[in-house]
Design a protein around this ligand. Structure first.
Ligand SMILES: [Zn+2]
Ligand SMILES: [Zn+2]
Ligand SMILES: [Zn+2]
Length: 267
């Protein structure tokens, strides 16, 4: 649903070319000044913070809860959620939990032991205590979770704070989501990547400028020795290339897809 890094695009107050272009496009879209045939492509420069909805039959799994979650829940008509998985405690991944004060239903939350107290604080801090029925379960590395038709394997990734990636499996379909992670992978990671139908990386930047995140260049290095069927690049910020330029730059890689807000992938 969202594909931006913590600051989103445009980043507030930023005057860089990427953010200025995004801001101009947002204004033009608002005023209906972009010809309809370009609207679909042009709006992809704008990025709300990262969140993924994984759907199958009667199961809906939400992965991470950014500040835009109110908008996402309404826009995508999400009235029931089987489970929410939280990758780590950074602001852009959990701060939208505060909205769940107004959720009058059942949800199972899965998070690391350091995230559970924070998540509980968010969802229970409001005054409008509806009849919500929330359950919290602690994630353990590689301890399998059975969730209706899904099997979910949480696994550790390297990041500034304790962080989980997730492998979602349904029958022979496999989605591997790394969330915020460096490019330091174990043999287990590599083996699972090669078996997955889709692997999602959070490539905040194009070049390596941060030691906490894999970059687009790191992904290109990775695929020189690791065979991955389909890669989705998400969690992108203003230091990366704008959507259209990034797509063009990667056009020779048939297995790499640049994510955009609202993108749907069928596995
Ligand atoms: Zn993040
Ligand atoms: Zn900027
Ligand atoms: Zn993070």
């Amino acid at each position: 649903m969202g594909t931006g890094a913590a600051d989103g695009i445009p980043r507030i107050r930023c005057k860089c070319a990427h953010c200025q272009e995004a801001r101009n496009i947002a204004i033009k879209l608002e005023k209906g000044k972009i010809p309809w045939e370009y609207v679909r492509i042009k709006k992809r420069i704008l990025r709300k913070r990262t969140s993924v909805l994984i759907e199958s039959k009667d199961t809906k799994i939400l992965l991470d809860v950014p500040p835009e979650i109110h908008r996402f829940l309404n826009e995508y008509s999400i009235d029931d959620i089987s489970a929410i998985f939280l990758s780590h405690k950074h602001f852009d991944h959990i701060s939208g939990l505060r909205e769940f004060e107004f959720w009058d239903g059942t949800i199972d939350f899965y998070a690391g032991s350091d995230v559970i107290p924070i998540a509980k604080g968010f969802v229970k801090s409001g005054e409008d205590q509806n009849n919500n029925d929330f359950h919290f379960y602690e994630l353990r590395p590689r301890r399998l979770i059975s969730l209706k038709n899904f099997e979910v394997i949480p696994f550790r990734v390297k990041h500034k704070v304790p962080t989980f990636g997730f492998l979602f499996e349904e029958d022979d379909k496999k989605l591997m989501h790394f969330s915020d992670s460096t490019s330091e992978f174990s043999d287990w990671h590599i083996k699972k990547m090669e078996k997955a139908n889709v692997v999602v990386f959070h490539t905040t930047t194009f070049d390596k400028v941060s030691s906490d995140h894999i970059s687009v260049k790191d992904v290109l290095d990775l695929i020189s020795y690791c065979e991955i069927k389909k890669i989705v690049l998400s969690h992108i910020n203003h230091e990366n290339l704008p959507y259209e330029k990034l797509v063009k730059k990667l056009s020779s890689y048939s297995n790499i897809v640049v994510a955009y807000d609202g993108m749907e992938i069928v596995i």
